[in-house]
Design a protein around this ligand. Structure first.
Ligand code: ATP
Ligand code: MG
Length: 457
């Protein structure tokens, strides 16, 4: 990491395309208030990158030289959050603007003097960055200069700042050139930066896929070399980052990159070898198809819940596990429970799926059985389930190529939109017959080669 003081490239207002009209009015209000009180105020990170690329930013982050307490004194609608590193959240009606004090990372020297603009909080202790034996950052809560704040960021294209004082863009790391060239490059030595925080490898993949950028050669080499170390990141954080990545609207591209770099095999060793072991690449292709399907939903503006996403991606894998339990004599529902439990057991030590999400995943896979029984007993109670739409979606996506299934799903969808019962399609009436349903269930128990969980509809 560069430590010597360097001059930033400054792009004046008239030389760049970012207009304040494209910014969140609340972010602008926050920046002007900081400026009017004599502080520095920058927009930073993803929002500057996205504004320059003509994309709509997801959120607007502000950095300043005011300390959190100084920010709090300036805004009545401010709450301080975070124990380790205090951040100010400015609450507006429909938006929260995060304001952080400039931070430094490159600080293995003796504890620095606090760098507050107005000298307040001098007695506050500022623990320095702490790394573990393998170089992973455990703590990095040190205030810093604007330059240090830029240098601690992950990629050059994420380190650009927009200065409210003169509407210029400040570039300490060559981010503008990389943005023009479509390159994702770590700031500083990529080996060190991925060692400090392995999650940055997932972020590199996400930004490359999302922005259609290339990962710069040295960054890519370091990423491939460090791919196995991804398991050192905290499992809940890996789950969050993977969700962002798969729900970015470019999940299929992300998956390709994860596979090419070795990250996928490190994150999901058992699932990955299952995908690889099958002949003709069928599960692998199927997995890619599911991702493309999720991508098109996201691109059309639909939401995909985490349990539905997991059911779509891992449904067949879980199914095969359930089939194994069934062959050993377990009843159908128990087989699904055992299969989901086994899947969670092998996945969660690396990628932590919360139990609540695991239970919801199990419900989607097991409850699809009920769609077959139309009208069934108390259909309204099934329709009232919070995950009813996810169950319908899951079946439509995975089994929607079967005529019977489509009819059943349409019936349930119509039923859920109406108060009055919808008549059954004539050729499905038989299915709803209660005694016949019972007969079918008994037959399934006797037959160890019964259809798999996702094929029961
Ligand atoms: P998105 O469009 O997904 O919000 P983003 O770049 O804004 O992309 P955030 O997670 O919102 O990503 O983070 C905001 C900024 O914080 C980033 O642009 C980057 O400068 C910095 N940052 C985030 N995570 C890291 C990290 N792991 N290491 C270093 N800097 C980081
Ligand atoms: Mg962001």
């Amino acid at each position: 990491m560069k430590k010597e003081k360097s001059c930033p490239v400054i792009i004046a207002r008239q030389e760049h395309e970012i207009s304040r009209k494209l910014m969140s009015p609340n972010a602008l209000r926050t920046l002007y208030r900081l400026k009017d009180n004599g502080y520095v105020g920058y927009l930073v990170g993803g929002c500057v990158r996205d504004l320059l690329l003509g994309r709509e930013p997801k959120d607007f982050d502000v950095v300043t030289n005011a300390t959190p307490n100084e920010v709090k004194r300036m805004f009545r609608n401010c709450r301080l959050i975070g124990r380790r590193f205090r951040l100010a959240h400015i609450h507006f009606q429909d938006e929260i603007i995060e304001v952080a004090t400039f931070r430094s990372q490159a600080s293995n020297e003796p504890e620095p003097e606090p760098k507050e603009a107005h000298g307040a909080e001098h007695r506050q202790r500022h623990p320095r960055m702490v790394k573990d034996d393998d170089g992973m950052i455990l703590r990095d809560n040190v205030y810093g200069t604007p330059e240090e704040d830029a240098l601690r960021r992950d990629f050059t294209v994420n380190a650009l700042a927009y200065n409210i004082a003169d509407f210029s863009i400040i570039d300490y790391t060559g981010g503008l050139a990389d943005l023009d060239a479509g390159i994702i490059r770590t700031i500083g030595d990529p080996d060190v930066r991925f060692q400090e925080d392995p999650v940055r490898m997932l972020r590199a993949v996400r930004f490359a896929a999302q922005l259609a950028f290339t990962i710069e050669e040295n960054t890519r080499k370091a990423l491939v070399a460090a791919a196995d170390t991804i398991v050192r990141a905290a499992p809940p954080r890996l789950y969050d980052e993977l969700l962002k990545l798969i729900l970015s609207g470019e999940g299929a591209k992300c998956y390709d990159l994860l596979r090419q770099t070795g990250l996928f095999a490190a994150l999901f060793p058992a699932f990955s070898s299952w995908l690889g072991a099958e002949s003709e690449g069928y599960p692998h292709t199927r997995f890619g198809e599911m991702l493309s399907c999720v991508d098109s939903r996201i691109q059309q503006g639909h939401k995909v819940s985490p349990p539905l996403l997991l059911a779509l991606l891992f449904g067949e894998y879980i199914d095969e596990k359930a089939e194994r339990f069934r062959r050993q004599g377990a009843p159908w529902l128990q087989s699904v429970n055992a299969a989901v439990a086994e899947f969670m057991g092998e996945t969660c030590p690396i990628v932590m799926i919360a139990n609540r999400v695991g239970n919801a995943l199990r419900d989607i896979i097991s409850q699809q059985m009920r769609l077959k029984k139309i009208p069934g007993r108390r259909p309204e109670s099934f329709i009232a389930r919070h995950d009813f739409n996810d169950i319908i979606e899951f079946c439509r996506i995975t089994r929607g190529d079967k005529k019977d299934v489509v009819k059943q799903l349409d019936w349930w969808a119509a039923q859920s939109q109406q108060q009055v019962p919808v008549p059954l399609p004539p050729d499905l009436t038989e299915e709803s017959d209660a005694p016949q349903h019972k007969r079918k269930r008994r037959r399934r128990r006797r037959n160890p080669k019964a259809k798999s969980v996702t094929e029961v509809v």
